[in-house]
Design a protein around this ligand. Structure first.
Ligand code: F42
Length: 144
């Protein structure tokens, strides 16, 4: 098993610790919004280390939609490059853990459909897209 390297951001690292440490019963929402969060586990594209990233839970049937918004920051989050390099992930949704494969959504019609689902689950995504000139990357995680 590769080494786990926690996020350098305190609030993110602490959420992962609480979420995973409780087996998925605690720390499962974004701060005080009450909106559900998942944990995506994958490999770093340079270190090969295990990385864990909390993301908003956006479901499309059995699939999860992963939105690289990073609050509308000018740059893509690093996990986007990690998933482009290695599409094997584990998704923890509260007490359930799934082995999944991700693909980046390229088709415009599919992206529009999934983006609307994402904004419905987490309305601030719309504002984040307005804040940045980059097109926010969208991935789908499907059962492997
Ligand atoms: N971020 C989103 O983009 N979308 C969301 O829906 C979202 C929801 C969310 C909910 C709760 C929460 O606690 C956080 C949430 N975040 C959301 C923030 C998200 O968890 C990430 O922190 C954020 O997207 C930034 O991702 P990042 O991959 O850029 O992480 C940074 C902070 C980080 O830790 N970077 C590492 C570092 O050391 O700086 C790099 C980690 C890495 O993967 N390194 C690679 C490696 O090989 O290990 C190589 C790096 C390279 O150069 O390629």
């Amino acid at each position: 098993m590769a080494e786990y390297i926690p996020s350098t951001r305190d609030w993110v690292r602490e959420q992962v610790e609480l979420y995973e440490g409780s087996g998925g019963t605690d720390g499962t929402t974004l701060r005080d919004t009450g909106l559900p969060v998942i944990i995506v586990t994958n490999r770093g594209n340079q270190t090969g280390a295990v990385r864990k990233t909390p993301l908003m839970r956006v479901k499309d049937g059995n699939n999860y939609v992963l939105v690289g918004s990073q609050g509308g920051a000018p740059k893509n989050p690093v996990w986007v490059y990690n998933l482009r390099a290695d599409n094997d992930v584990e998704v923890r949704d509260e007490t359930n853990v799934y082995t999944m494969r991700v693909r980046e959504v390229q088709d415009d019609a599919e992206r529009t459909r999934l983006w609307d689902i994402a904004v419905e689950a987490f309305p601030p995504y719309a504002e984040y897209q307005n804040r940045t000139t980059r097109k926010i990357p969208v991935f789908v995680a499907e059962p492997a």
